[in-house]
Design a protein around this ligand. Structure first.
Ligand code: 5GP
Ligand code: MG
Length: 182
């Protein structure tokens, strides 16, 4: 008989992506980026808080020089569906002119968040701009956005873990799961 599931995992309906699946895909994504940015310095802009774990793992595989910047952006404001309005606090003085910028987020859903951020960076005339997400939901985008690197395409379900929260919880799960509706 399997051991009873206790602790934070007990709140999950099921595990969507295991720790091993995530880690091996993140390593593959890093290998692509190492080839793409060979002989360059990459300025990474990580969207907090959701991309924290993804970025921390991905960047440790990068062999090119990296500068790391963070910006907080949110469109969910605590619920399980996008509010349609993107709030961000762009750090004063952060300017990517002439830099090779890699924008990273946890998940692509409506496309609004990454759309707003890409516009903001593009307006600063970077040398190049590339966007990566660990997850992309298979759904119609409210806004079409170019995302060069996608870890996994997933169904349109609300996920938690590996940086992603529900009302502030579950970010520390090493795997990604679907919440128990109860
Ligand atoms: P978008 O602007 O593309 O609709 O949403 C992107 C942001 O919404 C992500 O950065 C993430 O913070 C949040 N988000 C979208 N889908 C999910 C989800 O299934 N679970 C969680 N925890 N956050 C999500
Ligand atoms: Mg986010």
């Amino acid at each position: 008989m399997p051991a009873p599931v206790t602790g934070v995992l007990a709140d999950l309906d099921r595990i969507l992506l295991s720790t091993e699946q995530i880690q091996s895909r993140v390593a593959e994504m890093a290998a692509t980026l190492n080839r793409h940015y060979a002989n360059k310095t990459v300025s990474v802009l990580a969207l907090m808080d959701g991309a924290l774990f993804f970025v921390a793992d991905l960047l440790r595989h990068l062999e090119v020089p990296v500068r790391l910047y963070t910006v907080s952006a949110s469109s969910y404001h605590g619920g399980t569906a996008s509010s349609g309005e993107v709030r961000m606090n762009w750090p004063a003085g952060l300017d990517f002119q002439g830099q090779d910028v890699l924008l990273l987020d946890d998940i692509l859903d409506t496309g609004l968040t990454l759309g707003v951020l890409r516009d903001k960076i593009a307006a600063q005339q970077p040398a190049s701009l590339r966007t990566g997400v660990l997850l992309a939901k298979k759904r119609e985008r409210v806004r079409d956005v170019i995302v060069e690197d996608i870890g996994f395409e997933i169904e349109d379900e609300f996920v938690v873990g590996y940086g992603m929260d529900y009302q502030g919880r579950f970010r520390n799960l090493p795997c990604i799961g679907i919440l128990n509706p109860a």
